[in-house]
Design a protein around this ligand. Structure first.
Ligand code: 4NP
Length: 152
């Protein structure tokens, strides 16, 4: 099983989602992250994401930002978008329905009937990163428990 977390810059939200999910699943589950934009390619996660992860015992400083690529559809079984804009961008790159069906918004794990976005914390303060961490922790808990019991 290979899972990709995607946001815009791959420095704030999806690096947290990657680190949180990795901490909840066994190492035979491959978890990675990417951004739909290339503004920060090669950079470490945002310091505020590094700090909030560290606060909860997760080290994300091995990560470097990369841009989402169409080839990711070949390598990943599931692609979780952080917000509706990322979702639309990724789906627009899918070459067929099977690829498009790999993509969901991550908060649909928590609220299946709604299309809630993980808010972009980039221009806000530390509390935004704390909120994002908590949302992603809840969503990843559900993803991990389904993986561990072989449910979709
Ligand atoms: P992310 O946050 O998509 O959660 O990594 C952002 C990071 C950078 C920018 C926007 C959002 N930016 O415009 O540079």
């Amino acid at each position: 099983m290979k899972i990709l977390m995607v946001c815009l810059g791959n420095i704030c939200r999806s690096p947290l989602a990657e680190g949180i999910l990795k901490a909840k699943v066994s190492s035979d589950i491959y978890v990675d992250s990417a951004g739909t934009a290339g503004y920060h390619v090669g950079e470490l996660p945002d310091k505020r994401s590094v700090m909030v992860a560290q606060k909860y015992g997760i080290d994300i400083t091995d990560q470097r930002s990369r841009k989402f690529s169409v080839a990711d559809f070949d390598h990943f079984d599931r692609i979780y978008a952080m917000d509706e804009s990322n979702y639309q961008t990724i789906v627009s790159l899918a070459r067929n329905k099977e690829e498009a069906d790999k993509v969901t918004m991550i908060l649909q794990e928590l609220f299946p009937k709604e299309k809630l976005s993980v808010p972009d914390p980039y221009y806000g303060g530390d509390q935004g990163f704390e909120n994002v961490y908590n949302m992603l922790d809840e969503a990843c808990e559900i993803i991990a428990s389904k993986i561990n019991t072989n449910e979709r």
